[in-house]
Design a protein around this ligand. Structure first.
Ligand SMILES: CC(C)[C@H](C(=O)O)[C@@H](O)C(=O)O
Ligand code: SF4
Length: 432
């Protein structure tokens, strides 16, 4: 019997020829990651146990991304703990505030490559599966253990396969495919399983959009999300990789917990209404919902392509004399400094500013309701991020709607949830 891509990566890191779903393994990691929220707890755990060294300072990434530039004294102190630790141990991949969100930086800079086994103290670590790595979120204690030993204990997950065939409609992005998946299987539909995505429609997507899909595997309860590398992945990786990579793929006779097949051509842009990412509705059935805020950013949809498509919508709106609706605040946060720089270079930041958006330094920002766009009671936000739980972006009685960045931009202009086609002709989509 063959193995899945997930089983192959885990077997290689456990020093075994073969592993099967359900096996308990101890595996060597290629990278342990933590951020300004989770690293301090891990650092304190190490200190409490008198551990004064890390297994390898070149295989640890510490990223200040959530509450930076420090929003209050507590976040300043959290960041300081991480900074001091990174300096003391000579951590190679330490990223200061403004460098960006961990899940954007690590693939973008080739710190994670195909075939890697990565653990991160952040639930969206599953993002890196978009380039064919096994990556999963763990708690602060587990990450402390991984940082000290270079190993992680795992139960090999079962795999679920999601095949998207057909051609995508205009304005349908990776975000819509993952919202569709979560809408179909529910927020616990993939509990502790590896979610493997494949098919013609996935292959048509850019690597960035694939990263959006795997980013949200955790929103269906998945242990990980993964897409086998292809030529597009290698193109993306080869100009950034900081180390050797290895391409794995599933055997044709590998065993799956379940297989889903969908015609991607039937999917239209989707919106997840409060208060679960599975509460998915077509955008055409959401256009009666007025909004107070729009957010374009986050580790889900804050990369350059996302900003390009949003800018396209704003540009078209401005040609028609429209800007961000007077009753809406629109916040744009490029997910990394490199994305910000590139957007600046391409003139996208000018477009956002002329359209009336607020553009800010690379950080998680309003995604988790921490700062830079917290919602008041009763306010509604349409967001390109990944979670819409009660209170996620502010007051427990505020509401977040999740959508792709083109839908968010169109909604910002029209003051209600809107299809980008209301502002831009479909043919122009092809030019993005
Ligand atoms: C702060 C961090 C632990 C958290 C996560 O694990 O996902 C955050 O990034 C989030 O998106 O809620
Ligand atoms: S952008 Fe949002 S989802 Fe991503 S790491 Fe930051 S808080 Fe978590």
């Amino acid at each position: 019997m063959g193995m899945t891509i997930t089983e192959k990566i885990l077997a290689a890191h456990a020093g075994k020829k073969e592993v099967r779903a359900g096996d308990l393994i101890t595996a060597k990691i290629d990278l342990a990651m933590a951020n300004d929220v989770t690293a301090p707890l891990a650092i304190k755990t190490l200190e409490k146990h008198g551990i004064d060294r890390v297994f390898d300072p070149n295989k640890i990434a510490l990223v200040l991304s959530h509450f930076v530039p420090a929003k209050d004294i507590k976040s300043a102190e959290q960041a300081k703990i991480v900074r001091d630790f990174a300096r003391k141990h000579g951590i190679k991949y330490f990223f200061e505030e403004g460098e960006g969100i961990e899940h954007t930086i690590l693939p973008e800079r080739g710190i994670v490559v195909p075939g890697d086994l990565v653990v991160g103290a952040d639930s969206h670590t599953c993002t890196y599966g978009g380039i064919g790595a096994f990556a999963t979120g763990v708690g602060s204690t587990d990450i402390a253990y991984a940082m000290a030993t270079g190993e992680i204990w795992l139960r090999v997950p079962e795999s679920m396969k999601f095949i998207f065939y057909g051609k995508l409609k205009p304005w349908v992005m990776g975000k819509d495919l993952i919202l569709h998946t979560i809408g179909e299987i529910g927020v616990d539909g993939a509990l502790y399983r590896a979610m493997e995505f494949e098919g013609e429609a996935i292959r048509e997507l850019s690597v960035e959009q694939r990263l959006t899909i795997t980013n949200m595997a955790i929103e269906a309860g998945g242990k990980s999300g993964i897409i086998s590398p292809d030529e597009k992945t290698i193109e993306y990786v080869k100009e950034r990789a900081q180390k050797e990579w290895k391409v794995y793929e599933s055997d044709p006779d590998a065993e799956y917990h379940s297989i889903y097949e969908w015609d991607a051509g039937k999917i239209e842009p989707l919106v997840a209404w409060p208060y679960l990412p599975s509460n998915v509705h077509p955008v055409s059935e959401s256009t009666h919902i007025s909004i107070d805020q729009a957010f374009i950013g986050s580790c889900t949809n804050g990369r350059i392509e996302d900003l390009r498509i949003a800018a396209k919508v704003f540009e078209a709106a401005m040609k028609q004399g429209k800007k961000v609706h007077p009753y809406v605040r629109c916040i744009v946060i490029p997910a990394s400094k490199n994305v910000y720089h590139q957007a600046l270079h391409e003139g996208l930041i000018d477009i956002f500013m002329e359209a009336g958006c607020v553009v800010s330094t690379s950080t998680c920002g309003p995604c988790l309701g921490g700062h830079m766009g917290v919602l008041a009671e009763g306010e509604r936000c349409i967001s390109s991020s990944n979670r819409n739980f009660p209170g996620r972006m502010g007051h427990p009685k505020s509401e977040s709607y999740l959508a792709n960045p083109a839908v968010v931009a169109a909604s910002a202009v029209l003051g209600r949830i809107a299809h980008p086609e209301e502002l831009v002709r479909a043919e122009e989509f092809a030019a993005v």
